[in-house]
Ligand binder design. Structure first.
Ligand SMILES: [Zn+2]
Length: 152
């Protein structure tokens, strides 16, 4: 099943097939927040540092205590590449697409960067430093995938 299509019934989707960072105890809060239109990353309960990708311990102070924190959903393109060869499998529906690293706004501590995709953009318009806003592509009735759109 193509992940970009919303299944008729939520139980038709095998969440173990979700793309990075996958579905597990350290990521499900991120996917569920996205399903509600929120961009959530982990935040250390001791020092307040945000982090991504999900990890059991804080990169800064090694605390294992954390919670989910919503970010504003804005950021800046840090790096990107284009995939011109149509991929196989569930990604084939994308055709030519970009893989983009977005540096997220609203974080404490070191910069937090998230890999994703800028949608509805021409190659010449995707540049480092571009301001982007998060959007969400529904995956099933509960969860969604964050994607990015150029800020207007
Ligand atoms: Zn910490």
């Amino acid at each position: 099943m193509a992940l970009s299509s919303v299944p008729d019934r939520p139980d038709q989707l095998d969440r173990s097939l979700l793309p990075f960072p996958g579905w597990n105890a350290f990521t499900e809060g991120h996917w569920l927040a996205a399903g509600q239109g929120r961009l959530a990353v982990q935040r250390c309960s001791r020092c307040g540092a945000h982090r991504w990708p999900p990890n059991p311990a804080c990169y800064h102070c090694t605390s294992m205590e954390w919670d989910w924190a919503d970010l504003p959903g804005t950021g800046t393109v840090y790096s990107y590449t284009w995939v011109d060869e149509p991929p196989q499998g569930v990604m084939a529906v994308l055709g030519t697409y970009n893989i983009t690293i977005v540096e997220l706004d609203g974080v404490e501590g070191e910069p937090v960067r998230m890999m994703g995709r800028v949608v509805d953009i021409e190659k010449d318009d995707l540049v480092c430093g571009l301001r982007v806003n998060v959007d969400f592509e529904p995956i099933d009735a509960e969860i969604a995938r964050p994607v990015w759109r150029a800020a207007r």
